[in-house]
Write a protein that binds this ligand. Sequence first.
Ligand SMILES: [Zn+2]
Length: 140
Amino acid sequence: MFQVSEIVHFCYGHRLLDYVGKCARVHGHNGKVEIVAGGETLDHRGFVMDFSDLQAAAQAFIDERFDHRLLLRADDPLVPVLTAEGEAFVALDVNPSAENLARLIFEHLRGLGFPIVAVRFYETETSVAVYARPLETARP
Ligand SMILES: [Zn+2]
């Protein structure tokens, strides 16, 4: 399989519920996401896909959804407090772990029709979560 990837850098805050450790506190990360698209064949240009199309779609989603935002699980006790204060945050159905954020980015871009095969989510330079799934062979 051919693969191409784009990298997006962004900043986010979060805290994890049901967890004991540093990420149980409200804090921030400088995140880096590598989005990998794949294909068994290339198009007439010799591309899996245009790098700039992948970059634009990934950047737009991450900017809008995660960049410089506080990511919380929807049942976090901070949600009503921040809502009452008129403070912005993003409430997710899942814990805002690197694994779950990788999957959300993956699913969004797949939903747009991009042939995404993996998202590598660097919570730090040394801690990476990967969500990967092969391409469906029978496309609608
Ligand atoms: Zn963290």
